[in-house]
Structure formats: C-alpha cells, structure tokens
Design a protein around this ligand. Structure first.
Ligand code: CP
Length: 316
C-alpha cells in the first residue's frame, strides 16, 4: 500500500496499516542510524521549519536531529523569539513561513486543533508535535515502536497508563495507537484525572492501582500537567505520590518482565521514584532515542517518500 498522507495531525485518523508503515520505515531508518555514516540524502534541498510555541526539549531536538539526518535544512522558530509575542496571529506567522518557501512545518501549540487549522490554510505538509491536551502523534508512534521492540507484538498485551490522563495529549495518542494495534489498555489514577468516560475510547478505567498494575507488561507514567490545569484535582502532590506514585513495592505487582515508560519530562519522586526511572526495567531513554528514527519516518513519508524505498536501504 503506498503512503498517501501529506500531514500527520493525529493518530486517531491513522489506520493500523499506516501505523505499521511508519514503524517499518522507522525501523529501516534506525538501522541506518546505526551505521558510521548516519545521514541520507532523502530531503536534500528541502527546508523544514520547527515552530514550537510551547516549551519542549525531546520533541524539538528529535525533530531537528531527524531533519538533519535526512539532509534537510532546518529552521527553529520558538515562541519567545517569534513575532507572536508582538501580537501576530498563528495564521499570519504560518503564512509568512510558507511565503519564505519552507517545504514543511512542524508545530507545537497550546491550542488543540492548531495543526489541523494550519493544514487547511497552507499548501505545505503540517506535522503535529503536540497540540494542547489533544494529541502528540509522534510520541504515540515512538512509544508503541519502543513497546514493539521489547514485546514483539501488542496483540492482547496489558498496557497500563498511570497518572494525569485528562490533560494528556500523550495518553490520547497512545490510546489510539495501542487500541489499533490490539493492546489491552487500562488507565489508572485519581478519578478527577481519569474520568470514566475514557472507556468510550475502548480502554479500561481503574482507580485501584494494585489490580491495574497486576501482570501488566508495560506501565507508562505521566506527569501531572500543571500548565493545563486551572484548578486543583487532588489535595497535594505528596498525597498524589502516596496513592499513585510508582515505587519499588508497587513495581513488584507488575509482570516480572514489565517495562517502565515515561514520555518525559519526568518529575522524580512524584510520579516515579528515581531508582525505577534509572533502573533495569526503565526504557525511558530508549524512547527518546527511538524518537529520532520515528520522526525521520514521519518527515520522509509526509514529504512523498515511500516505505519500501527506505527498506531497500537507500532512503533517497
Ligand atoms: N515528551 C515530550 O513531548 O517531551 P518535550 O515536551 O520535552 O518535547
């Protein structure tokens, strides 16, 4: 099946086959990244603008690295140094980026739906690097890519997402990706942050940490996203940690070979103890590394590349 999408806006709109195509392309790019010469000429002559109007470390750097490995020119535009601080609208900023002859735009924005909006007013591909609490599709893709590396298949596997689900775009993208790939997903945390209506997305919702973690093969921790919360959802961070923080005792309830994941940034001692974040079962830094290959795949495919070309080893 040829790749036909120009934009990556959500995982919700992707089919299982499209997710698998991105994963297969990322796997081929990961093999290339293991060579002594890590660069391919696939996007030579193209210019990618990374428009990040919200803070980011991992996503921004991984998109930057991915574009450079594909030989594209990259320009970073950040909120604090852009003319958005002078009152320019997102529409005007984006249309100016296109007028400056960018070939693709990667956007992170606090407003849900802003990548979709840009895809409707621009002629160039738009990649969502996180929009409000809506979606973070490349995070969901790199997370499931990392799980597949460890588990082989996600069909019927128990995956637990623990923490602030309500305000998490990472949770939403992972729920879409995991359910399409056949995983058995359980969300757990305080009822104020894990509303029961998430069951409508085809997942289980639990408020009992012990039974939720029992025999899970993957646990993904999420931090409390204070920046999107306008009121308190639990009495104090200490009480949150005492009830839902992952510590060594609670990690003992997981499947013996379970992996521990976190999209970052982590808050040590709040949602996860340091000994677990740095321990043998943690794949947190593998997730970060896989973010480069997955974003290479997304940039390449949305620029008109085809999966089988990379699989053949050239990436041209
Ligand atoms: N996981 C994630 O989106 O991290 P950053 O906010 O640092 O990009």
């Amino acid at each position: 099946m040829p790749w036909t999408r120009r934009h990556l806006l959500t995982i919700e709109q992707l089919s299982r086959e499209e997710i698998e195509q991105i994963h297969a392309t990322a796997a081929a790019f990961k093999r290339i990244l293991g060579r002594s010469v890590k660069k391919v000429p696939a996007l030579r002559g193209k210019t990618i603008v990374n428009l990040f109007l919200e803070p980011s470390t991992r996503t921004r750097m991984a998109f930057d690295m991915a574009a450079k490995r594909l030989s594209a020119d990259v320009i970073a535009v950040e909120g604090s140094s852009s003319s958005t601080t002078k009152g320019e609208t997102l529409r005007d900023t984006a249309q100016n980026i296109q007028a400056l002859q960018a070939d693709m735009i990667v956007i992170r924005h606090a407003a849900a739906g802003s990548p979709l909006y840009l895809s409707r007013i621009l002629d160039i591909p738009v990649i969502n690097a996180g929009d409000g609490a809506h979606e973070h599709p490349t995070q969901g893709l790199l997370d499931t890519f990392t799980m597949l590396e460890h588990l082989g298949s996600l069909q019927g596997r128990k995956v637990v997402i623990l923490g602030d689900i309500l305000f998490s775009r990472v949770a939403r993208s992972n729920i879409h990706a995991l359910t399409k790939l056949g995983a058995n997903v359980t969300l757990v945390g305080p009822a104020t942050l894990v509303p029961h209506w998430f069951t409508g997305m085809g997942v289980n919702v639990s408020y009992d940490l012990r039974s939720a973690l029992a025999d899970a093969e993957v646990v993904m921790l999420l931090r409390i996203q204070h920046e999107r919360q306008t009121s308190s959802h639990f009495p104090s961070l200490g009480e949150y940690t005492s009830m839902f923080g992952l510590n060594k005792t609670r990690a003992g309830w997981l499947h013996p070979k379970a992996i521990i994941m976190h999209p970052g940034p982590i808050n040590r001692g709040v949602e996860i103890d340091s000994e677990l974040a740095d321990g043998d079962r943690s794949v947190i830094l593998e997730q970060v590394t896989n973010g480069i290959a997955v974003r290479m795949a997304v940039l390449y495919l949305c620029s008109g590349g085809q999966p089988e070309t990379v699989a053949a080893g050239s990436g041209q």
